[in-house]
Design a protein. Structure first.
Length: 684
């Protein structure tokens, strides 16, 4: 074939493949067999191999092609990607409908769409060809995830129909179907990798992979629902925009309804709630939008969200299941915590089988019997919770839970002071408590011994190598390498930790010797001394010795430390075993005093208080908090009027809402990074 003919053929093939992959992936209605389709792709691949100069970015062969990027470049959105205001119940939804109708002063038509629980995405096409895909980020600046999004089969690489040749930005949701999510988590589990909490996190995580071929393997899908600057395409309403998107080759959710009254909107919401479990993807509500773009413009935006749309959120999901047993775990302070063990159920996107019941009073208050059919839900869509029993379904075989009077781990008598809800094992040598204390010491918030997980610690205890936290610092690399993991190989010899992991662990143990004083205090697990109190004590006294020497009055004088905490700290250091432990830690080289940047003068962020919510991409929240504190800022867990800034990452929690309600300034990751690198506080 002549060069020109080859080029023509390649172009024709690309068109054909784009058309048939749209029929197959978007419409789910193929016209040709899989074999015929594969033959087209193979022919194009062949041509492109022989004529690399003919490869185009919108070629279907380029879905996985771009080299993996090290970092996601920031993308400034042409127009801000707003979030949506929420209506938490039908009452709030009706109030919003009435307000928009009143503000517009005429009957309003609304479009109801399902609220897809995924990750938002902005796609830019130039001359009809996909050139960029960006995440929402903080709304102003997102991340360039083009190479990854290109691998999603329902994202057209080139527009067809009314969108053919258009330069346009469209927005929508990337999501992971429920079935793909289950498969992914099974595979993650089999590979010993962490599982995703829900399809939303899985989708967001998959879009932000360093290697596009990983994204390609994740089975992501899309629904598009917004055309930016729709008037450029002669579109006057949201429902026309959805039609335009569909005709241009995008996947658009079919469950859309134009409603002319409150009753119609409510009916759509109720139907959606009813059907949510039958859908192959997760939805967490309904988005109601004013249909007319002219009316949308009249209503405008608040600082954070459009006034012309609202997200009606479904009530927290509840499921019923069978309560198989109530068991008791022993924490590091000896507290006995009953927890429910029930038949696994899927709630709000993940499978749960256990939930804490907190204490015996709580069980009595809820009236739960072992064997009951119970209602479970996920509080804040995260922590599983038992709501209560379905009394009508009892058959008489149920039995009440009795708090054991002996510790399930060591058999010592359990002590429950008058008027206290919590029962405790008070045996200081209790193996369960000891194990939990060791786990706590090594944990992220405390001494952060990277790689020292629960399983290894349990094995170290079993082998008699570690009894208290100072023993971590006496472990030799050889002993660790030879640590049996409690399994045997085919030939009957024990599986051991091995030299590679051992060397890493020794490094982590060494690194943990230099943690800040507050971490060490928290790691000791003194009753009532959480991370915040530990911080206050470290700031006030500067060393373990100074704290150990302080009187209860001195301790109680520290802000945030009352008489109860002071007494607990005193009791800890009055105990000879504990003092001996501190000496052993010092002897092992663990730092027990703060090297204070003495007289360093005013630090750049002193006087400012930050709260972090959502996931950051460039560091963990702990790392961000440490970095802020190192510059003199305070970092707290809850938002109040006194909070200076709330840092919002991907998928933020209720703290963002609280910040909005209180008018506390919100900053994104980019702003945070700027602050950390320049030492300039963010602009309020
Ligand atoms: P939230 O994150 O709770 O503030 O909700 C806003 C987000 O809902 C948007 O950023 C979108 O990513 C998402 N969303 C899902 N489905 C829709 C839809 N049909 N219309 C608008 N936004 C949607
Ligand atoms: Zn015990």
């Amino acid at each position: 074939m002549a060069e020109a003919d080859v080029a023509k053929r390649a172009e024709k093939l690309r068109e054909l493949i784009a058309y048939h992959s749209w029929r197959y992936y978007v419409l789910d209605d193929p016209e040709i067999s899989d074999d015929a389709y594969d033959a087209l792709v193979r022919e194009l691949e062949q041509i492109e191999r022989e004529h690399p100069e003919l490869v185009r970015p919108d070629s279907p062969t380029q879905r996985v092609g771009a080299p993996p990027s090290d970092q996601f470049a920031p993308v400034r959105h042409s127009q801000r990607m707003y979030s949506l205001d929420n209506a938490m119940d039908e009452g709030e939804l009706v109030a919003w409908l009435e307000r928009t109708t009143r503000d517009l002063g005429r009957p309003v038509r609304y479009v109801c769409e399902l609220k897809i629980d995924g990750s938002s995405i902005a796609l830019t096409y130039e001359g009809g060809v996909l050139v960029r895909a960006a995440t929402r980020g903080d709304g102003t600046t997102g991340e360039d995830v083009t190479a990854n999004v290109r691998t999603i089969k329902t994202v057209p690489l080139r527009l067809i129909g009314p969108g053919a040749g258009a330069t346009v930005e469209v927005r929508g949701e990337v999501y992971m179907p429920k079935a793909s999510f289950e498969r992914l988590n099974e595979a993650q589990e089999a590979a010993g990798l962490p599982v995703f909490a829900n399809p939303r996190n899985a989708a967001a995580g998959s879009v932000r992979q360093k290697d596009p071929s990983v994204t390609a393997s994740r089975d992501l899908d899309t629904f598009l629902y917004q055309v930016v600057e729709p008037e450029r395409f002669g579109l006057a309403t949201q429902h026309e925009a959805l039609e335009w998107l569909r005709a241009s080759g995008f996947k658009v959710n079919p469950d859309v309804r134009v409603c002319a009254s409150t009753d119609e909107v409510l009916a759509f919401c109720r139907e959606a709630l009813e059907r949510r479990h039958d859908l192959p993807y997760e939805i967490d509500g309904v988005v109601v939008k004013v249909d007319s773009f002219a009316e949308q413009a009249e209503l405008g935006f608040t600082a954070k969200a459009p006034r012309w749309a609202i997200a009606y959120k479904f009530p927290p999901e509840e499921r019923t299941t069978k309560l198989l047993d109530i068991r008791v775990s022993v924490g590091r302070t000896g507290a006995l915590t009953p927890y429910a063990v029930f038949e696994p159920v899927r709630v709000a996107g993940s499978t749960i089988a256990r939930a804490t019941l907190h204490n015996a009073d709580e069980i009595a208050r809820k009236g739960i019997l072992i064997g009951d059919t119970i209602i479970v839900r996920k509080a804040g869509d995260v922590i599983p919770e038992v709501v209560g029993p379905v009394v009508a379904l009892r058959d008489g075989s149920e039995r009440p839970f009795v708090m054991p009077d002996a510790c399930p781990s060591c058999g010592s008598p359990v002590w429950r002071p008058e008027g206290e809800a919590v029962a405790r094992c008070v045996n200081a040598a209790c193996p369960a408590q000891r194990l939990e204390r060791l786990i706590h010491w090594a944990s992220r918030g405390a001494m952060d011994i990277d790689g020292m997980g629960e399983e290894i610690i349990a094995r170290l205890v079993d082998e008699g190598l570690v009894a208290d936290v100072s023993d971590f610092y006496r472990l030799s690399e050889e002993r660790l390498a030879a640590l049996p993991l409690g399994r045997v190989k085919k030939d009957g010899s024990p599986v051991v930790l091995g030299p590679v992991v051992a060397a890493k662990l020794v490094g982590s143990i060494e690194a943990s010797k230099r943690r800040p004083l507050a971490r060490l205090l928290f790691g000791l697990g003194i009753r009532h001394v959480g991370a915040t109190v530990a911080e206050a004590l470290a700031d006030a006294f500067g060393s373990v010795d100074a704290i150990a020497a302080a009187s209860a009055e001195d301790l109680a004088a520290v802000e945030g430390v009352g008489p109860v905490i002071a007494a607990s700290v005193r009791a800890f250091f009055d105990n000879a075993d504990n003092r001996a432990l501190i000496e052993r830690l010092k002897a092992a080289g663990v730092a027990t005093s703060e090297e204070r940047p003495a007289e360093m003068g005013e630090q750049p962020l002193s006087g400012l208080t930050f709260v972090l919510t959502g996931a950051l991409s460039s560091m963990t929240r702990e790392q961000a908090a440490e970095a802020l504190k190192a510059m003199g800022a305070k970092v707290t867990d809850s938002v109040s009027k006194k909070t200076s800034f709330v840092v919002v990452g991907e998928s933020p929690g209720s703290k963002r809402d609280k910040a909005l309600a209180l008018g506390v300034p919100i900053i994104g990751e980019e702003e945070l990074l700027r602050t950390l690198s320049t030492g300039q506080p963010p602009a309020a």
